[in-house]
Design a protein. Structure first.
Length: 256
């Protein structure tokens, strides 16, 4: 499967090792087996290996197979945490905190001050590790529930994304990364072909978050924002949705 993509990596020997390792990981029955296999292959479990997986996900995405692309991205997210040496205890701690945070999103009931008071007491946990765990946890959950449950959960994530985008405290760069993850994960519950208007709404917010993004390369972030706004305008036609069309046009102009 992987060989058919003709991916460019360091050499053929590494490619074969990566493919064998990936096959072993997919055959694992639990996290303990995964940890053992990763330990046995620690010499190749590195950033090059993660890049290899990322390229596979990108190839699937370009070929229009978003389901397989998402599965590979989930694997990438899980392995990234391990490669970056985030401990199991720390992951569990963040997963528990994520549950608390999302519960607070529901409880705040359109009262941001209540939610922000909760976050203000936990600013030390609002960081990149939180964003990484949020991506892994939410995408796994969205793939494991039915459509209705996925959309109910996605609604919470969308609200969380808005709240984090507007959160005035803590590290702005980290807040935006978390907002990005919340929007991106929520899109899994609203594929464009089935829910075009909801997809457009989320993607418009995601594009704005990319436009303001502080981490990574600024020009790349702006380019991504422009692509996302343009994809929204393919759905929001002026004749059918004049107000939404105008809103996105203004956002696109700001990106330029």
């Amino acid at each position: 499967m992987c060989k058919a993509f003709n991916l460019k990596i360091m050499n053929k020997q590494n490619q074969d090792k990566y493919i064998n390792l990936i096959n072993s990981l997919f055959n694992c029955k639990n996290n303990n087996e995964i940890d053992i296999i990763l330990a046995q292959n620690k010499d190749i479990v590195n950033q090059d290996f993660l890049q290899f997986i990322s390229e596979i996900a990108t190839k699937f995405e370009r070929n229009g197979d978003s389901n397989k692309a998402n599965l590979w991205r989930m694997l990438l997210s899980q392995l990234s945490l391990k490669v970056n040496q985030t401990s199991i205890n720390k992951i569990e701690e963040y997963n528990y905190f994520i549950q608390q945070v999302l519960q607070q999103v529901v409880k705040c009931n359109n009262n941001p001050s209540l939610f922000y008071n909760f976050l203000a007491q936990n600013l030390n946990k609002i960081n990149q590790d939180f964003a990484n765990c949020l991506k892994q946890t939410t995408q796994f959950h969205l793939h494991s529930v039915n459509q209705q449950e996925a959309q109910e959960f996605a609604t919470i994530l969308i609200n969380f994304g808005v709240l984090m985008y507007q959160f005035p405290l803590g590290n702005r760069a980290n807040n935006l990364e978390i907002s990005l993850v919340a929007y991106e994960s929520s899109l899994l519950a609203y594929p464009c072909q089935n829910y075009p208007q909801m997809y457009a709404k989320i993607t418009d917010a995601l594009a704005t978050a990319y436009l303001d993004r502080i981490k990574e390369n600024k020009s790349d972030n702006i380019e991504q924002a422009i692509k996302l706004y343009q994809s929204v305008l393919e759905i929001r036609k002026r004749a059918n949705y004049p107000e939404d069309w105008g809103h996105t046009q203004v956002n696109l102009a700001n990106a330029y």
